[in-house]
Design a protein around this ligand. Sequence first.
Ligand code: PLP
Length: 408
Amino acid sequence: MREFKKSSKLDYVCYDIRGPVMDEANRMIAHGDEILKLNIGNPAPFGFRAPDNIVETMKRNLTMTEGYSDSKGLVKSREAIVEYCEKKNIPNVTVDDVYTGNGASELITLAMNGLLDNGDEMLVPAPDYPLWTASVTLAGGKAVHYICDEQSDWYPDLADIESKITDKTKGIVIINPNNPTGALYPKDVLERIAELARKYDLIVFADEIYDRLVMDGKEHISIASLMPDRMCVTFNGLSKSHLIAGYRAGWMVLSGDKSHMKGYIEGLNLLSSMRLCANVPTQSVIPAALHDLDSAKEMLAPGGRVYEQREYIYNALNDIPGISAVKPQAAFYIFPKMDVKKFHIFDDEKFALDFLREKHILVTHGGGFHWEEPDHFRIVYLPDIDTLEEAMRRMKDFFSYYNQEEFH
Ligand code: PLP
């Protein structure tokens, strides 16, 4: 029989997040080991429950949402998204500019497939949410990583971005608030990115899936609100803000001046209709969710779970000799730095494996986010404080003796 192999394109996709560390964790679990998982940005397993009205709305609509919808989505849902854009000052958005998807993920892939030809370049942050690099690569493009600077609260390094723009660069991706760093970008940084997009004629792709998970009284600013004169593509969804990652509710919005984008928009419409439509029962909860923007606020305020867990993990990590971390301002991730000299670290994936085997805790090494130096890892601080305390106790102990060169 003929042998079917995986596409050679996949060789260029970074699968570190699913690679040997995950395989080892699965092997250990099958063997009966209990693993503390600090690696998944999925609130449900950690006791976070969807707001009741969302679940009720889904139930109520089930019998009315049995057929396909318009390929971009139900008009009522897209109207609610347009209203949300108005609240965020995202200009020039009508229902025709809104595409609903099975999570933002599906639309990220779709947006890259519609734009990129072989060899086209896309500026993607390092560290990134790795789906972006994968989607650019699978579309035939080249992900060119620009540095986010830990010294400046993980904001994008504008000079590095500019130095990497070529005549093949089609666009720039910004993930704000950021996974994996938890950074929230201030207006002046966004304005300077917008300026670069103008100067070099780039489309801005803004992944804002965490825009409602901001702490410390800060406000999220959509970069699209600063760019009425350019087309921006903004991604958002309910996976995180409404704790329904499994429902797969996401959307993509085209805003600003679309006059030169007819060809691209035609491509997006074609790709959107090829997948028929997004899950329709899920689309039906979007209006209720976007009329209830306060549901996440409690967990993000002092006394709330995400806030208190952030405070705990930030202090506990910085209390470990050789570990330092910038305080996250949004989402539920932290991206600590290891002192590679102190621990003789040369390979961050080996660190994650050593730590997993030794302490039965799963974290994701920085390379999984296209971070080149072997000096970072990501923690998802969704587990409750008791679990985080236990994890930090084991981590502190591990780093009291870890020497990677001598560790087997
Ligand atoms: N974008 C970022 C930055 C993410 O962290 C995630 C999920 O973790 C997604 C997009 C995917 O979101 P969705 O569940 O809407 O597909």
